[in-house]
Design a protein around this ligand. Structure first.
Ligand SMILES: *Cc1c(COP(=O)(O)O)cnc(C)c1O
Length: 390
């Protein structure tokens, strides 16, 4: 029997059945507009309020610091462009990194065209920004640091708590600087606490934590001014206009609640799947390079370069055997560009082109790992033989 194994949970996840169950009534019975005054509206408003508490709880935030958006991309747009537009009287300098998700990178590039000055911090060979580089980049006119919590291709964790501490000290000295972090990959895979991090803005997305696509949230610390990117309605305290997607908001609330409840057991489960996978790949497949930091990383992402193999070719070969993986960010697959993230680690072009991301999720099992371990050595060997003979 042909059995498919999904190892692309960093691209998107299956919606949890309990999340579906929680959101369904808000499609058919409690379909009111949360802004309406009547009974139907009140039911919807109560559901949105509850979800706001659930998301706030996951992040150790206050409910009125949570803004619902359409996803991680919009959260990042609202955080970075919304902040830049609302605070440009204090300066035009923003600090980011070379390994941000395209939803931050592209916004930064767009702001550059509008007169902002962006410093893109490099990373070391494990994919980590150095705190000394962050400190050295800060200027009097720096208004924002945007550095992600965990990278989506290699899972490496950035020193966000150190950055947060530095930003707090600068604020104490009267500096206007603020700190945004993209926590889309980190949420549900590690503790994400806005107070421990010391950030002012933090992005999450529903479909990376077993809620549907098209819903996300932005944590906005009290007193942080943002220029709305969607205008035309007074929803979300005027920061994000548009009728609330109540079913999706209920879904991300439920998903956040479950992520919090299941966090410690998920970490144990994912780490054990990952270490089984990595130790056996290391034994069975010669000439590979693990990308990213071995310790400071998420428990569910393994990124490996297979020397002498085209990543796209391996992805297609694995897919024919029922195994779904990624060559990096989903947005860049389909193009034959080497991963800019792997290239930023200082790997040569060939290694950057041969990188594959295996990302595990809560629906994966030991059988899944073992099935990949059956297929992968042959797939790599046959592609290497092909390229040797061509
Ligand atoms: C997926 C992802 C996003 C984008 O989120 P969407 O909800 O798909 O728009 C942003 N940042 C990171 C790190 C991601 O992995």
């Amino acid at each position: 029997m042909f059995r498919r194994v999904y190892l692309d949970n960093s691209a998107t996840t299956a919606v949890d059945p309990a999340v579906v169950e929680a959101m369904l009534p808000y499609l058919t019975e409690d379909y009111g507009n949360a802004s309406s005054i009547h009974f139907f509206g009140q039911r919807a408003r109560a559901a949105v309020d509850k979800a706001r508490h659930q998301v706030a709880d996951l992040l150790n935030a206050r409910p009125n610091e949570v803004i619902f958006t359409s996803g991680g991309t919009e959260s990042n747009n609202l955080a970075v462009r919304g902040f830049a537009e609302a605070n440009q009287q204090h300066g035009h300098h923003i600090i980011s990194s070379v390994i941000e998700h395209s939803a931050v990178k592209t916004v930064c590039e767009d702001l550059e065209e509008k007169g902002f000055d962006i410093t893109y911090l490099p990373v070391n060979e494990a994919g980590i920004v150095r705190i000394e580089d962050v400190a050295a980049a800060v200027r009097d006119d720096t208004i924002l640091i945007t550095v992600m919590l965990a990278n989506n291709e290699i899972g490496t964790l950035q020193p966000v708590e150190e950055i947060g501490r530095m930003v707090r000290q600068l604020k104490d000295q009267g500096h206007r600087i603020r700190f945004h972090t993209d926590a889309v990959q980190a949420a549900g895979k590690m503790p994400v606490d806005v107070e421990a991090i010391g950030c002012d803005l933090l992005s999450i997305s529903g479909h990376k934590i077993y809620a549907p696509k098209g819903i996300g949230a932005l944590y906005v610390r009290r007193g942080t001014r943002l220029h709305p990117q969607n205008i035309g309605g007074r929803q979300e305290r005027g920061i994000r206009g548009g009728t609330e997607s109540v079913p999706n908001i209920v879904a991300i609330g439920k998903a956040a609640e479950m992520a919090k409840q299941e966090l410690s057991s998920e970490i144990v489960k994912l780490s054990s799947l990952l270490s089984r996978f990595e130790s056996k790949v290391g034994e069975r497949v010669p000439d590979i390079v693990f990308n990213g930091d071995r310790d400071r990383r998420l428990p569910n992402i393994s990124n490996i370069s297979f020397r002498g193999v085209e990543g796209e070719g391996l992805l297609i070969n694995l897919d024919m055997h029922g195994i779904a993986v990624s060559t990096g960010s989903a947005c860049s697959s389909g193009s034959i560009e080497p991963s800019r993230i792997i290239a930023a680690l200082g790997r040569d072009d060939q290694l950057a082109r041969s990188a594959i991301r295996f990302s595990f999720g809560k629906n994966n099992s030991v059988e899944d790992v073992d099935q990949v371990l059956e297929v992968l050595p042959h797939a790599v060997e046959s592609l290497r033989t092909l390229s040797r003979n061509s």
